[in-house]
Design a binder for this molecule. Sequence first.
Ligand SMILES: [Cu+2]
Length: 566
Amino acid sequence: MTTRREIFKLGAVSALGLAGLSGGDDDVPATGPSTPVVIASQLAPQNMPVPYAGVFRRPPELVPFQTGFDGGDPARPFARYALTQKLGQARFVPGLDTTVAGYNGIFPGPTIRASQGTRIEVRIRNALPALGLLQPGAFNTVTHLHGSASLPQYDGYANDFTVPGNVKNYRYPNFQTARTLWYHDHKHHITAQNVYSGLAGFYPLSDKYDRAQLPQGEFDVPLMISDAMFNADGSLAYNDNDQKGLWGDIIMVNGVPWPTMKVKPRIYRFRVLDASISRSYRPTLSTGDPIYVVGTDAGMVPRVQAVKSWRQGTAERYEVLIDFRKYRTGQLIELRNLSNKNNIDFANTNKIMRFQVVADSGSGAGSIAGIPTTLDDGGSVNAARGGIPTMSLTPAMAKAKRELKFFRANGQWTVNGVTWADVEKSGFTKLFGNPQPFDVEQWTIINASGGWFHPVHIHLIDAKIIARNTNGGQPFAWEKGPKDVFYAGENESITALMQFDTGTGGGGRYMIHCHNLVHEDHDMMVQFSVGDLRVNDPITSDPPVLDTTGPDEFPPVYRPGLPAGT
Ligand SMILES: [Cu+2]
C-alpha cells in the first residue's frame, strides 16, 4: 500500500511525472537508483538551493570550559564541555530561515575533538520547548556517543531520557583507539524527528598513531551528509513514508546543500558520516579517480583500500583520502552519489558536493607526503586486562555464536521477532544475549527481507567482519577495518567477531538496532547485557537532574575557524 500514494504525500510531484516508480508490494518502498521522478520539497523556485552554489563550511569546534587532572594526577587528564539543546535559526535554503533543534542551537552541533587518554564530561542541558518541533509529544532527549565504549548510564539508553528543563552529565572514557565518533539523539520513538531537527554532531577521537599517519588540522575534514525536505516557508518537512523511511530531495554536507569546497593540491582526509535518517549513499568522484579508505567506523584500516565508490548506510563512518595533487588550479571535481537499491532518489540526489582546486599556499602543516599503504593503529589499549585488537580476532576465540534476523512482522520492524516494546514490557530485562566482560562472540546479522536494507548498529563493540553471503563471501573492500554498523542490504547477511569490553571490566545493558531511525523508532531495537543482569537494575544509575543553572553559566567558546569555503 505504499509507493505511489506515499510518494504523493511527500510533496509536489514534478513535471517529470511518476514514470519509473515500481508498482511494488507493501515491503517495497519505491524505486532504486533510477531516473529521478519526484521532488519532495515545496519550496518556491527562488528558495530552492542550487547544487554547488553553497559555500562549504566545517562545524565549529567547541572549547572545553574546564580542563584539569583527576586528583591532580598528570596521568589522568580530563576536559569538561557544556552543550545546550535549544532551538535556533539556520539558513539552509536561499532566502528563508529554518528553525532547528540543535546542540547549542546549531546544525551540525559543535565538534568536540577528543584525545585518547583524556576523559571527557559533557554537560547536556535540555533547554528545548515542552513539545516537539516535528512530533506532538514531549521534547525529551537522550544523547548517544556513537563509537564510544561508554558505561551503560552514559550510553544514551533510549529510555534514560532528559525532560526539558533538566540536565545530565555524560562521561566519556576515551580509552579507545582513534576513530570518528558522533553524538546524536536516541530517544525512543522520536529519535528520527530529534536527529532530523538537528541533534547531531562530530566527536573525532585522536591518538598518537592517527596523528603520525593521517592528515591533521586543515587537512582533516568532517563531512556530515544528510538529506532533508522543506515546506514552502522553509521549515523542515517530515514524512516517514508510513514508517518506512525518510528520503529528502536536498543533500546537505555539514548543513549546506551541495556545497563547493576550495581545496589545495594536497592530500585531504575526509571523515564521511551518513547522518541521514534513512538514506544510504554510494559516493564516487566525477573524475573516476580512486578514493583511499583509511578508516572505518571504529578506527583505522590495517591496509589502505583504493575504491572507485563505496556503499555507506546511516551512521556508518568512512575516513577516506582524496589526492588533489594531480589536479590543475581551478579544476572542479564533484563528489557524486550513485545511490543504492531501495532509496527514493530525486533530481539532484546524485550529487553530494564539489571541490574547487585552488593554488597552494601556507606551510601545508598537517598534510601528508603520500598515500600510505598500511596503517598501524597500535592495537588494543586494554591488552593488560584482556583486550584483543579488533582486527586480530579469530573465530576460534568466539565463546558463542548468535544470529540476529531483521524482518517485519505484524506491521512492526523486529529483530528476531522482538521489538523494543517487548523489552519495555519486560521491565528492561529481556535480553538478546549476555556475554561476560572481555568475551569474544561471533554474530551473524541476517536481512531476509528483499525489499529493504538495514544498517544495523551494535552498541559498545568494535567488530571485525569475517564473512558476507555476497561478494564471494568476503567483506567489501571498504569495510576491512573495525566496524560498529553493518550494512545489511537486501537478502544479505554479515558475520562479525566482536569483544565485549566496557573498559572497566563491568557490564550492563546495551542496545542493538537498525539505524534507519524510522525503523529503530518502530520498533527494530533489542538489547544485550555484558555480564548478568540483576532483575531490579535501574535503567540508569546516574539520572538527569533539574537544571538550576542560568542559561549563560557556560557560554559556548569556539576555536577560530578556517576561512569560509575551505
Ligand atoms: Cu531497518
